[in-house]
Design a protein around this ligand. Structure first.
Ligand code: DOR
Ligand code: ZN
Length: 341
């Protein structure tokens, strides 16, 4: 096969930031994806309907026509069920995002104890609003490589037991534990998968030296986990779909004594995923993963129109100018076998 044409895809987990960074990165997503679930971990976080509406307008202006930002509410300990319902009814909130406080970038205003947001979860369950979850415990006693697996039993399973009709997306899964947990759960639990967790294992963090551009959260895991996440992505199961977690940080913020977590994969996300499906002999399942499973889970229409990829090698640039400095994209300096037509 030389050309792969699929229904226009969506990105079910994206960080676009704000201001000059937003303007630099949004067009890269808009050229591939029709819609994206926009992460609310700005400074300050997007917690109000008014802030989300205003942010949505800035995204529309930066991305140009043909791109629909789907906004999420950043959940805090005092999340107001009435405000969630109002934003959802007004068509501003598509989902709400649970960041355990301290789990990742700009998550310090997140939820300190899941029991505190029970009223919000109750209301979301009642109105059919999706909960997006950063699935890691923050307990410093838990090894960083185990934080996702521990989250499943300690937080996710109790939430699913107490709110059985709540629709939950376990985001950016990185482990065999999560792949199995999601596969074996009922239809209200799904997961997104990033390109980096399909390509990298934890050796990538230390290949010949410390590699800040391979650092994201949840951190990449052992090879056996990468293989399990790959198998889930290409399985054809409607519970797994595309979510890049593209998370730009300027070069100097990554290459630092305390480097930021996040991989900016937006420029070649679709080609990166296509390479994986090709390697796995699963190109026939790519469209489901990229363009069908996500909208079906969220209860949104499938996109009209198509996008084509060609089996044509391309070299990924080492850096791309943004916001007065440089961003280092995922796969920098490498060759990818597929190119957006
Ligand atoms: O690597 C990450 N970067 N993981 C997250 O959960 C947040 C993100 C960011 O905002 O930079
Ligand atoms: Zn993220």
């Amino acid at each position: 096969m030389q050309t792969l044409t699929i229904r226009r895809p969506d990105d079910w987990h994206l960080h676009l930031r704000d201001g000059a960074m937003l303007e630099a990165v949004a067009p890269w997503s808009a050229r591939q994806f029709a819609r994206a679930i926009i992460m609310p971990n700005l400074v300050p976080p997007v917690t109000s309907v008014a802030a989300a509406s205003a942010y949505r307008e800035r995204i529309r202006a930066a991305a140009g026509p043909g791109f629909t930002p789907l906004m999420t509410c950043y959940l805090t300990d005092d999340a107001d069920p009435d405000a969630l319902e109002r934003g959802h009814r007004e068509g501003v909130w598509v989902a709400a995002k649970l960041y355990p406080a301290g789990a990742t970038t700009n998550s310090h205003s997140g939820v300190t104890d899941i029991r505190r947001i029970a009223p919000a979860l109750e209301r979301m369950q009642a109105i059919g609003m999706v909960l997006c979850v950063h699935g890691e415990v923050t307990d410093p006693e838990i090894d960083i490589f185990d934080r996702e697996a521990v989250f499943l039993g300690r937080v996710l399973a109790p939430v699913m037991r107490d709110f059985p009709d709540l629709k939950i997306v376990l985001e950016h899964i990185t482990t065999a534990d999560s792949a199995e947990f999601v596969r074996d759960a009922g239809p209200n639990l799904a997961a997104t998968i990033t390109p980096q967790h399909l390509h990298l294992n934890r050796n990538a963090l230390f290949a010949g030296g410390l590699r800040p551009h391979a650092y994201c959260l949840p951190v990449v895991k052992r090879e056996r986990h990468r293989l399990a996440v790959r198998a889930a992505a290409v399985s054809g199961s409607p519970k797994f779909f595309l979510g890049t977690d593209s998370a730009p940080h300027l070069r100097e913020a990554k290459e630092s004594g305390c480097g930021c977590a996040g991989i900016w994969n937006a420029p070649h996300a679709l080609e990166s995923y296509a390479t994986v499906f090709d390697e796995e002999g699963a190109l026939d399942r790519f469209e489901g993963f990229a363009s069908e499973h996500g909208p079906r889970f969220y209860g949104l229409p499938l996109n009209e129109g198509t996008i084509s990829l060609e089996r044509k090698p391309q070299k990924v640039p080492g850096e791309i100018a943004a916001a007065g400095s440089m961003l280092v994209p995922f796969h920098a300096g490498e060759e990818l076998g597929w190119t957006l037509a």
